[in-house]
Design a protein around this ligand. Structure first.
Ligand SMILES: [Zn+2]
Length: 246
């Protein structure tokens, strides 16, 4: 089975078709929440399509729009739904779309979500745009190891830190044309790799929208770079998944 470890099905169109295509290609879908509204929509999707697997969380930029009280109450909401979820995400730090002054409050928010993951003993899917170093430092301090760095744009020195910390990296399907992600695949032991689409974004051929069945492109590129058969890459990453999400 192929696994799309990170997508946003709640904001995709033609969800029936997308799920049918994923089934046809033997792709398991994980989708992540980004706000209280998105979390509820994802829980509704899970009811309609039980084959979808879900993570709940608040995207760092969305978290900045909420009061401390609202974030705490969303954390309680996630705890109440723990039997429905596989992980916490999408959470993290973002200094591309928010100012440096927000960093401290972003760190406080991320700390809460990592502690939530620890309490529920589930993996956490991390976004770290333009704050990769800060993010890694905070995660090291928090000392929680079920970490998946999604679509990591930081430099190779930081990639090495992630590898040494024994966290995972998830490779988006646009690795097909991205030298940066190809380099990450080369450097990272396959035991620490996952694949994702971030649908509807990051289409492997720069189109829009992307969909989970395209996750195969990440698998193909890993197979090519690591010189391991596609079936073997599929088997190893399924093993990674069973290990981290058990
Ligand atoms: Zn995402």
């Amino acid at each position: 089975m192929f696994i799309d470890i990170h997508s946003h099905v709640d904001i995709c169109k033609d969800i029936d078709v997308l799920i049918k295509n994923a089934k046809k290609e033997n792709v398991k879908i994980l989708t992540a929440g980004t706000s209280p509204k998105s979390n509820r929509k994802i829980l509704e999707l899970k009811e309609k399509y039980p084959e979808i697997n879900i993570c709940l969380g608040i995207y760092p930029i969305d978290a900045l729009k909420l009061s401390e009280k609202e974030i705490n109450s969303e954390i309680e909401f996630i705890k109440k739904n723990k039997s429905n979820i596989l992980g916490i995400g999408e959470v993290g730090l973002d200094l591309k779309h928010a100012k440096e002054e927000t960093l401290e409050i972003q760190k406080e928010n991320l700390t809460k979500f990592v502690n939530l993951a620890r309490e529920l003993n589930v993996p956490v899917v991390i976004h770290s745009r333009k704050a990769e170093k800060e993010c890694i430092e905070l995660l090291e301090k928090l000392n929680y190891n079920k970490i998946i760095m999604h679509c990591f744009s930081g430099n190779m020195k930081l990639v090495d830190k992630i590898i040494k910390n024994n966290w995972s990296l998830s490779i988006p399907a646009n690795v097909k044309h991205s030298e940066h992600f190809q380099k990450i695949v080369k450097e990272t032991p396959i035991k620490q790799l996952f694949c994702e689409t971030d649908s509807p974004f990051l289409h492997p051929d720069k189109k829009f929208p992307n969909e989970p069945s395209n996750v195969i492109e990440s698998y193909k590129k890993i197979s090519e770079i690591k010189k391991i058969s596609l079936a073997e890459v599929e088997r190893i990453i399924e093993g990674n998944y069973n290990e981290l999400f058990s």
